[in-house]
Design a protein. Structure first.
Length: 251
């Protein structure tokens, strides 16, 4: 069933309006008519099943049928931070990580990043990524649309790290040293409501200097198993492990 995100918190009321691009999509792409139903999702993560009771030239008016009971979000808010990568790799991560439960996406310039984005390029790319995560949130029946932040410097990432309960960085040298316990330990100690930042390098990886700077900010190095993963694969592996630990491995 189609899902739309409204830019407001849920409040008990008689009707709900769908306007703007979502109105156009519902009316002209989905060709919705009176009595059709869909899900409306609000900023406070509550979703309802709603039925169309009126269609005008500017909006579709819904009435509530029932509240969605199933919780779709991870108990820990996970933000993925990726070094700027070539091509459309960041777009792939944005889409698939949204489907896997990511709460937020950060991208930043690393010393090994090949691409160099000025502010104009970052703003344009951010708009593209925001559209991707919104559509992926609708498709995967999320109750939150992940945030997107594209930073102009590595220092911006360091300043953001203090906002999280726990911080990790995936480092291939940890894999070579068979240091696999940190990821497991972190996932097991996270509590519902915590926030977790996990940092990934671009194609060339993070430099030892960048790792040292992150460690000085209490960001812990972790391995993602014995194999070296591509820049676009590693975040998806980590999110899959988190979903298993927090959502499927319940005792």
């Amino acid at each position: 069933m189609q899902r739309y995100f409204l830019p407001c918190d849920y409040e008990e009321q008689v009707t709900f309006d769908l306007v703007g691009d979502d109105f156009h999509h519902a009316k002209h792409v989905m060709r919705m008519v009176l009595d059709d139903e869909c899900f409306l999702v609000f900023k406070n993560e509550l979703a309802i099943k709603a039925k169309i009771i009126e269609i005008t030239d500017e909006k579709i008016i819904f009435e509530e049928v029932a509240k969605e009971e199933m919780v779709k979000e991870m108990p820990i808010n996970v933000t993925i931070a990726c070094g700027y990568t070539k091509g459309d790799k960041l777009e792939l991560v944005a889409q698939k990580a949204t489907e896997l439960g990511m709460h937020g996406l950060i991208a930043f310039p690393s010393k090994t990043s090949v691409v160099k984005w000025d502010e104009k390029k970052r703003n344009k790319k951010a708009q593209r990524l925001e559209k991707i995560v919104k559509e992926a949130s609708e498709q995967s029946h999320r109750q939150v649309v992940p945030s997107v932040s594209l930073y102009g410097s590595f220092n911006d990432l360091l300043e953001k790290a203090i906002d999280f309960t726990q911080c990790l960085v995936a480092y291939e040298e940890s894999s070579k040293q068979d240091e696999n316990s940190q990821l497991v330990k972190t996932l097991m100690t996270c509590q519902p409501g915590d926030s977790l930042l996990i940092v990934f390098g671009p194609e060339g990886g993070l430099t030892s200097e960048e790792i040292n700077i992150l460690e000085a900010k209490n960001v812990k190095c972790c391995a993602l198993g014995p194999r070296i993963l591509r820049a676009e694969t590693a975040p998806l592996y980590a999110l899959s492990a988190m979903s298993y630990q927090w959502e499927l491995n319940k005792k």
